[in-house]
Design a protein around this ligand. Structure first.
Ligand code: HEC
Ligand code: HEC
Length: 197
């Protein structure tokens, strides 16, 4: 049985080397290598353990692709992402979007302040966040997943939009939303969203 496995493994390696495997198989190996670079900051399996670095797991494919395009074009600026995007091709962007969107999304931790979450839920309802981000806050197309995202990153993102530091796509959807939000609202809604399961 062991020998069979080894001979299968050798055949697979040979096929990859010859480019004889279906595109998906070979791409998978290449994309895992690229994604390993991302894991250094965005965490194993796309779940970030680092302050101010977002989880990527379960973000919509298109959202990931657009953000990479924005970083590369310089319309979204970040010192840490800049050197990364300088080295990625359009094909990499498509593959990375597909790869991270398929990973299991982060689950919110135990809620240590349910009262704050309650306020946050009211903010989300009042400001109709779900009308774009979907009822489960899983996001769709170019609209980000918010559920289970790191709390302090959500806060940061909302202040970046509010200050006009993050512009995003052609539509100024988030600038309009964030501009009207108070500090209390930003704190509460971020706590609520980060703790969604
Ligand atoms: C040196 C650390 C570092 C590495 C390596 C890195 N990133 Fe990032 N990435 C960041 C930081 C920090 C941010 C948040 C930027 C901000 O605050 O606007 C970010 C943001 C992003 C975003 C936007 C997500 C969102 O929710 O707004 C995407 C998409 C992304 N990175 C993809 C990648 C991919 C794909 C790779 C690997 C090819 C990668 N990153 C490698 C640090 C890193
Ligand atoms: C009109 C549609 C719309 C509404 C309403 C809306 N959003 Fe968004 N949101 C978007 C889009 C589109 C993006 C991606 C923008 C970009 O490319 O930067 C986004 C991105 C975000 C991000 C950045 C996430 C990340 O990972 O980088 C946060 C945080 C966010 N929205 C929070 C909210 C909150 C909280 C509300 C309600 C108070 C809200 N949004 C209402 C469309 C909307």
């Amino acid at each position: 049985m062991c020998r069979q496995f080894i001979s299968h493994a050798i055949t697979t390696v040979a096929l990859v080397a010859l480019g004889a495997l279906p595109a998906g198989g070979a791409d998978n190996v290449a994309i895992k290598e690229k994604a390993a670079v991302c894991s250094g900051c965005h965490g194993e399996n796309g779940i970030s353990q680092t302050e101010n670095i977002p989880s990527l797991a379960g973000q919509p494919d298109q959202f990931i692709q657009w953000q990479l395009v924005f970083f590369r074009a310089g319309s979204r600026k970040n010192e840490q992402m800049q050197p990364i995007v300088e080295e990625i091709t359009n094909e990499d962007i498509r593959n990375l979007g597909a790869y991270f969107s398929q990973l299991a999304p982060p689950k919110g931790a135990e809620d240590d302040d349910p009262d704050l979450s309650k306020k946050g839920a009211q903010v989300a309802a009042g400001r109709r966040c779900a009308s774009c981000h979907t009822d489960s806050f899983a996001g769709t197309k170019g609209v980000a997943r918010l559920s289970g995202q790191r709390e302090e990153y959500l806060v940061k993102a909302l202040y970046d939009y509010k200050a006009g530091q993050r512009v995003g796509g052609g539509v100024a959807a988030m600038a309009d939303v964030a501009y009207h939000m108070s500090d209390e609202e930003i704190t509460a809604v971020s706590h609520y969203l980060a703790h969604l399961k």
